[in-house]
Design a protein around this ligand. Structure first.
Ligand code: PHE
Length: 471
């Protein structure tokens, strides 16, 4: 198959028993683009800055970076390796590998849990994608020009308090995602990522440049990179861990699905490093662009999910060419969100195809509409139901709306749990020979180190964070 005419992960169901005819990414670059398309999204530009702000900055960032290095990258390698060896959709790859090594059928649950997590995540992801969409219009319409931080704040407040506008944009976002996934073979997807990702990167650099021109750049930089451990809570550590999974799209089979299309001669280890470094760079650049503005305008770093929507427009309102840069930025944010969202809808559609024999188009429609409907609970959490805290009787969930709970349960519980089992599977259960073949870094020091991390460090880290949080 040719590189830019077909996106196999989106296009093929691979329900057959032999994977001889399984399509392949044409190159390492094609895989990197698709995997980065999934990884780089709202998690980097929307979520990372606001949770960093809520958790006091530097110490949180340090833990997050450690989680990426010690937990995220090894699990990405393991997940892609399972996918490539299984050569099918996550559930069937797990089934196939477990059978091949004579293991319990229960391993397919990893795939099942991942699918449920995808469903839940996309329901609120799409609402936030809708915010970004509405900001394309706000920027193009010149609403930011010369606006004060108060009026920018009011603009965001008005959006959140209006369920109908939120519903409109959530619907537009979901329709976009359903259309792309339903078409399956989406020509141009990789090409789009290939062109737009560097532009997003460049634009983030421009914004960091702007942040440097404010006199609060040093304050922002310090906030991000000078750890103050007195500000870090055990809950913050769990959030950092959960975010490492969220931002790299790990622990739920997405990377497994993409890995099943990776040609045998491509290095999984190198590729996982490339994708993770790219993803981390985008998040850090976003942080560097945002925090100086937060301090320059006397705003609250812990302002919550609205942080980027309340800070960046101030910059766009003041910088030369701000209407252009602002509009471009929010368009790119939407594109980054859409390429992540399609990787979230894909497992659901695949499951419909495999288990229910439902066509891709119907599956995308049924799955997408159900997710859209669930998204309404997130919309209402922001206004009418903001006082509704379904699990409020538990201390841990006090004050958490349905939106907060969906985010918490998926990122902080389901994804790390999925990742834990993926690490255990490759570290302890899959045959060592198979691991060696997939990693193809020989069987010397590098391999032993990697297996040690996967067998002991990664599971122990996830467990320790879990246990601490239960106590
Ligand atoms: N990684 C994506 C982001 O950072 C979100 C995502 C999570 C996508 C899980 C797929 C799977 O925005």
């Amino acid at each position: 198959m040719t590189e830019l005419t077909q996106n196999p992960a989106i296009g093929s169901a691979a329900t057959d028993d032999s994977n001889a005819g399984h399509p392949m990414w044409s190159s390492r670059l094609a895989f990197i683009l698709a995997a980065s398309g999934s990884a780089v999204g709202l998690g980097n530009i929307w979520k990372f800055p606001y949770i960093t702000g809520e958790n006091g900055g530097g110490a949180f960032v340090l833990v997050y970076l450690l989680c990426i290095a010690l937990i995220g990258i090894p699990i990405m390698v393991a997940e892609v390796a399972i996918g490539r060896r299984g050569g099918r959709s996550p559930i069937n790859s797990m089934r196939q590998l477990a059978a091949r090594d004579g293991l319990s059928k229960r391993w397919v649950w990893i795939g099942g849990m991942g699918m449920i997590a995808s469903f839940l995540i996309l329901s609120f992801y799409s609402v936030i994608g809708g915010w970004a969409l509405s900001y394309v219009g706000n920027s193009a319409g010149g609403l930011f020009v010369g606006a004060s931080s108060d009026s920018i704040g009011a603009l965001f407040g008005n959006l959140l308090s209006d369920p109908y506008t939120l519903l409109l944009w959530h619907s537009v976002f979901m329709v976009l995602v359903i259309m792309i996934v339903a078409r399956g073979v989406s020509s141009g997807m990789e090409k789009a990522i290939n062109i737009l990702m560097p532009i997003l990167f460049g634009l983030l650099l421009v914004m960091v440049g702007y942040a440097m021109s404010t006199d609060s750049f040093a304050a922002g930089f310090q906030f991000l990179f000078t750890p103050d451990f007195s500000k870090l809570t055990t809950e913050g550590v769990l959030t950092a861990l959960g975010h490492a999974f969220f931002t790299l799209s790990l622990g739920m089979g997405v990377m497994m699905a993409y890995g099943s299309y990776l040609p045998k001669n491509v290095s999984i280890v190198k590729t996982a490093f490339t994708v993770s470094i790219l993803d981390t760079a985008v998040a850090l650049l976003a942080g560097l662009a945002i925090f100086p503005l937060v301090f320059a305008n006397g705003m609250e770093a812990g302002a919550g999910p609205g942080l980027i929507f309340q800070t960046l427009p101030i910059a766009f309102g003041q910088m030369p060419g701000g209407v252009f840069f602002g509009t471009l930025f929010f368009i790119l944010l939407v594109v980054a969100a859409v390429t992540s969202a399609i990787s979230l809808l894909e497992p659901v559609v695949e499951w419909f195809e495999e288990q229910k024999g439902i066509s891709r188009r119907k599956g995308a429609l049924i799955g997408g509409l159900s997710i859209w409907a669930l998204g309404i609970t997130t919309i209402l959490s922001l206004n009418e139901w903001s006082g509704f805290h379904p699990l409020g009787m538990f201390e841990r969930f006090e004050g958490k709306t349905i939106f907060d709970l969906l985010d918490y349960v998926t990122a902080n519980l389901m994804m790390p749990l999925g990742g834990l089992f993926i690490a255990l599977f490759v570290g302890w259960f899959m045959s060592k020979q198979a691991a060696e073949n997939e990693l193809s870094i020989g069987n010397g020091f590098a391999f032993k180190l990697f297996m040690f991390i996967l067998r002991f460090i990664t599971p122990a880290a996830v467990l320790v964070v879990f246990v601490y949080n239960l106590m």
